[in-house]
Design a protein around this ligand. Structure first.
Ligand code: PBG
Length: 329
């Protein structure tokens, strides 16, 4: 054939492919989610094989390992004892609670590690919702917006006081970013950043996570606050609002089934964009690999590269430590 243009020339050798590669993962892209619990023992998480729920002492050692392999940040999720769960979720701003203690322990051992905390009520709420729940006259449930935001502000102040670098509201209440910024600033925490879960969809992919924390809603679902997965323009609206309210970084969640949303958000903001490869995405890879149906390492790297290629600057993934180790050798 007389073919002056042959795209395959750019794929001919590994060296040429390296030169023309558009998207390259690095350890600095990742945030490791860490589950923590009371006591002195670590537990395997039944709903998330391969993931550990750490006690306070051992999570610090895990953070030192993450730091050593180049992972710059962790995000903390607590399993709250049932005895501490109430309908007003007051444990979420207890200065001696599990999360503030863990933040202080991590910061004492590894001050360079960026500590992100989740701002939402579900691990502390007897109802398992991200906000306060009121029962309407007809028996249906209302997740109350404005009163929830006030508690979220107390939660964020408690985490900031303990030394969190970034607070990350995952609750999807309206107006919470502006309220958090105002509360943090008024208390002098002008350096504490807000990474907003701006476009967080009501997703079945969160199922295993709720098992890890025993935090599933006792009744109802999260569809009156988390977004309808059929909607794309609405994500841009949420991102623009959070940017105007003072978010430092925005997030799309889940990631793998929402690459179109990541790409669209990337075009509508100059802020850093994060994406969360959630528990269900992790488990789909783990279960297929365990059955011998997929090449585990190859699929993990492909899934994460796709999320970055779509436009994510920051990736929250249960694979952060392992991938950082692969990338360093
Ligand atoms: C809680 C929260 C959830 C996740 C992160 N923060 C669950 C939910 O909204 O129900 C999900 C993370 C995952 O599935 O890996 N607000």
């Amino acid at each position: 054939m007389n073919l002056p243009i042959r795209p395959r020339r750019n794929r001919r050798t590994a060296a040429i492919r390296a030169l023309v590669r558009e998207t390259v993962l690095s350890p600095g892209d990742f945030v490791q989610p860490l589950f923590v619990q009371e006591g002195t023992q670590n537990d395997a998480i039944a709903s998330m094989p391969g993931v550990t729920r750490w006690c306070e002492k051992d999570v610090v050692a895990e953070v030192l390992t993450l730091h050593a392999v180049g992972v710059p940040a962790v995000v903390l999720f607590p399993k709250t004892d049932d005895s501490l769960k109430t309908s007003d979720a007051a444990e979420c701003y207890n200065p001696d609670g599990l999360i503030p203690r863990v933040i202080r322990a991590i910061k004492a051992a590894c001050p360079e590690m960026c500590v992100i905390t989740d701002i939402a009520l579900d691990p502390y709420n007897a109802d398992g919702h991200d906000g306060l729940v009121e029962k309407r006259a007809d028996g249906s449930l209302e997740i109350v917006n404005d009163a929830t935001v006030e508690i979220l502000c107390q939660q964020a102040l408690c985490h900031a006081e303990a030394g969190a670098d970034i607070v990350s509201p995952s609750d999807m209440m309206d107006g919470r970013v502006a309220a958090l910024r105002a509360s943090l600033d008024a208390a002098g925490y002008t350096d504490v950043s807000i990474l907003s879960y701006s476009a967080k969809y009501a997703s079945a992919y969160y199922g295993p996570f709720r098992g890890a924390l025993d935090s599933a809603p006792k009744a109802g679902d999260k569809k009156t606050y988390q977004m309808d997965y059929a909607n794309a323009r609405e994500a841009v609206r949420e991102i623009m609002l959070d940017e105007a309210e003072g978010a430092d970084m925005v997030m799309v969640k889940p990631a793998g089934a929402y690459l179109d949303i990541i790409a669209s958000v990337r075009q509508h903001t100059t802020l850093p964009v994060a994406a969360y490869q959630v528990s269900g995405e992790y488990l789909m890879i783990e279960s297929a690999a365990a059955a011998g149906w997929l090449d585990r390492k190859a699929v993990i790297l492909e899934s994460l590269t796709a999320i970055k290629r779509a436009g994510a600057d920051i990736i929250l993934t249960y694979y952060a430590k392992e991938v950082a180790q692969w990338l360093r050798v």
